[in-house]
Design a protein around this ligand. Structure first.
Ligand SMILES: *Cc1c(COP(=O)(O)O)cnc(C)c1O
Length: 395
């Protein structure tokens, strides 16, 4: 009998009791809007911002409606507008080019290496084309951030980090989101803390923070923020910056705060699942596992491997046979976008130049989520199934 995996790659854990209790408290008092407070009450949204600023070491934090909103807001706060070019990763998720297109700007894609990070040589060549890099730490892989910042600083290019997959991760001990001018996070169900939807933006730059708060739809109530610059920072900007509503509400913030406090423990659980898959796939011919440098401390909420140089039909065969045994792999080499999986040349609203080296990487790239409802034993089983189906072809 062939082994089969019966579990789910999309089922997250239930919310912790503390989140449920905090949500019920907000629902009982009814003040869900972040600026609806009673007396000296501090809104859950403001407290979440304070918590996340402290946890990440940022001076300022803003909670917003989604990760994608945080990206668009960050671009606007940096002055990106119609017709501007923005450098970004060829390997990322659709909300990233979408945020660039959303402000009327034009993405210029930078290639991906087989270790699934931005290609710094390609970046260096393209830096003169833009003022801003929207850097996506796609699938939680961090590039050499020191080298990247040196390149961008020398070229006068502002870095905005998309940390949708790196909440809790760090490079050389510096948290993801703290290298660039702005860090953007998502609190959507498939990321590291779960409010259904939501986003967070962090920065040390008072003007950027004030712009972002005004953009998010603070009316003139920015006084009630805690992790915000002082009122002087808003004095002129409040006449200049449009209100593009995208606030977070107190219900989501209340749900998130206990999860944020628990993130370090969850990160260790994710990495234990990841290690089990890596151990189970060690030493297979024809497979490449992206290298994780010692400077990178990651939160492995997903797993990737490459079948380098395999032809499309052979990859399709592995995907189909694994699926038949309950292991759902996403393939970045497919000719058409499927579910969350799409590629730079699928985003036709934002024309791209061909990137042959990246195409070769993506053609063999397979991906799966590792929700915390999986056990280490599940991951060992999943790895055995992948191993046997890959080895069937490689043999
Ligand atoms: C999910 C995601 C986003 C955006 O987050 P939403 O909260 O869904 O808008 C941005 N970048 C990447 C890489 C993502 O995976």
């Amino acid at each position: 009998m062939e082994e089969r995996f019966q579990g789910s790659f999309t089922q997250q854990e239930p919310l912790p009791d503390a989140s449920i209790a905090a949500a019920v408290a907000v629902m009982r008092h009814g003040r869900l809007h972040r600026y609806n407070t009673a007396g000296a009450e501090v809104a859950e949204a403001a407290l979440l911002e304070q918590d996340f600023a402290a946890q990440s070491g940022a001076r300022y934090c803003l909670a917003v409606a989604s990760g994608g909103y945080a990206l668009g807001c960050a671009l606007r706060a940096c002055g990106v507008g119609p017709g501007d070019t923005v450098l970004t990763n060829a390997f990322t998720l659709a909300p990233v080019p979408g945020a660039i297109a959303g402000v009327g700007a034009v993405p210029v894609y930078v290639g991906v290496t087989r270790d699934l990070v931005i290609d710094l040589d390609d970046l260096a060549a393209k830096l003169p084309q833009a003022r801003v890099l929207l850097l996506s730490h796609m699938r939680g892989h961090l590039c050499d951030m020191r080298a990247l910042m040196d390149l961008c600083d020398a070229a006068g290019v502002t870095v905005i980090e998309d940390c949708a997959h790196t909440m809790g991760a760090a490079w050389d001990g510096v948290p993801s989101g703290r290298w660039g001018r702005i860090g953007c996070f998502s609190t959507q169900t498939y990321k590291h803390i779960n409010a259904g939807e939501g986003g967070l933006l962090i920065t040390d730059d008072a003007e950027v923070a004030a712009r972002a708060i005004l953009l998010s739809g603070s009316y003139m109530l920015y006084d009630s923020h805690i992790a915000a610059p002082p009122p002087e920072a808003f004095a002129d900007l409040r006449y200049q910056v449009p209100n593009i509503s995208g606030r977070m509400d107190n219900l989501r913030a209340a749900i998130l705060r206990p999860q944020l406090a628990d993130l370090p423990r969850q990160a260790m659980r994710w990495n234990a699942l990841y290690d089990a898959v890596v151990a189970g796939l060690a030493g297979i011919n024809g497979i490449y596992l992206p290298h994780r440098p010692a400077a990178e401390s990651y939160v492995a909420s997903s797993f990737q491997f490459l079948l380098p140089g395999w032809d499309a039909d052979a990859v399709r065969g592995v995907v189909a046979r694994c699926a038949a045994r309950g292991v759902v792999l996403k393939w970045f080499g497919a000719p058409d976008p499927a579910g969350f999986t799409s590629r730079y040349d699928h985003w036709r609203y934002a024309a791209s130049e061909p990137l042959p080296d990246s195409d070769r990487v993506l053609a063999g790239l397979l991906d799966m989520r590792l929700p915390l409802t999986l056990s280490v034993d599940d991951c060992a089983l999943i790895a055995r199934i992948i191993r046997s189906e890959v080895e069937r072809d490689a043999a």
